[in-house]
Design a protein around this ligand. Sequence first.
Ligand code: MN
Ligand code: MN
Length: 460
Amino acid sequence: MEREVAWKSYTDAERAHLEQVSARYRAFLDNGKTERECVTEVVKLAEAKGYTNLEDKIARGEALKAGDKVYSDWMGKSIMLFIIGKAPMEKGINILGAHIDSPRMDVKQNPLYEDGGLAYLDTHYYGGIKNYQWVTIPLALHGVVVKKDGTVVTISVGEDENDPVFCVSDLLIHLSHERMGKPASDVIEGEQLDVIIGGAPLNDEDKEPVRRNAMKLIAEKYGIEEEDFLSAEIEVVPAGKARDLGFDRSMILAYGHDDRVCAYAQVEAMFDIDVVPEKTVCCILTDKEEIGSVGATGMRARFFENAIAEMMALHGEEGDLRLRRALTNSRMLSCDVSAGYDPNFASAFDKKNSAYLGRGVCFNKYTGSRGKSGSNDANAEYLADVRRVMDEGGVFFQTAELGKVNQGGGGTIAYICALYGMNVVDSGVAVLSMHAPWEIISKADLYEAYKGYKAFVLNA
Ligand code: MN
Ligand code: MN
């Protein structure tokens, strides 16, 4: 049973719309290379679409009514968008959830050193990466340094074509005889992911003149001192913009499709809702998924539940029991990328249970590894209703597993929301080269995800 390719179905108008959505998505990626930058961008876009800050409503004790659009910014690293529905929230909320953190290298707390006449920033990688993919490519630095007085200094260098970039070096092939025989996991070790940031010394006799020169330039540019790295979050990411891929421009090559493609499809769906929905609609964009959804800004923290409780209080639905009912009666698409079938590595996939680029939004009944371990295995009854919603919405969709049995595995935020007892299923966009510095998606899958997510929140 093969699923159809979405491309063949498009009218000229749909094709034009698909290109508009894709262009907006590329801009979102270019403006959001970190979770913080994504939140800043979503706040900007949401306010332009008439969303107001939930915090302000709470501070003013302002009642929420059907049709109201609010957002809740959680520590600048996770964010939720809501449209209040006609029905009481107790009846359940239709939820879309994705993550906006992506694999990368984080600058260590004590990062600066000099060796061999070069200055380096030491890093600790974040999320699952193949270390060897992150050497010899142009890199950019994005993040914040927070000074002791609370001043937040924003850093973004390496994206403008006049900016310098940074790089992790690799050993020349001529001297790599021994190294080429190593397993791929050991060719570049985690501690070797140190980023070159300078090569010219200060003009004096003291030690480490290159390191001190680099620090002097950083201090001048950002008004910070070396000790301020102790309270900084600086992410090293691939430098450069998202690009159309292929002569037919059917795909996008970019950093951070996992999971910003689903995050953006959700945002596009939310912004495209111009009716007052029956049920309250929610879009969660969360941090820390790539390291297990931990920490105060990860999905395991209670910010989502707390925001619902605050909203219910402003909606005349106060009380713990009502909150519990709202959560358990909710329905969710846990939107995260899926492994796209790669003919170059066919042996890793079960062809009839794989996601193919261009065949639409993907549903994963279960993920997990070694016998579905750690998976949210969605109910058949729920999947049946999701199929109905997709078919009624004219959405191209496909179903997939994450590769062959026992090839590996992975998790998402689905199991965390399922703890409330709500129906959740994983849904997303197929990606090639997932977690590589540059990942590949099909524009058709982005478009069908946006259509599917909109159909879900309005009709589930
Ligand atoms: Mn993901
Ligand atoms: Mn991932």
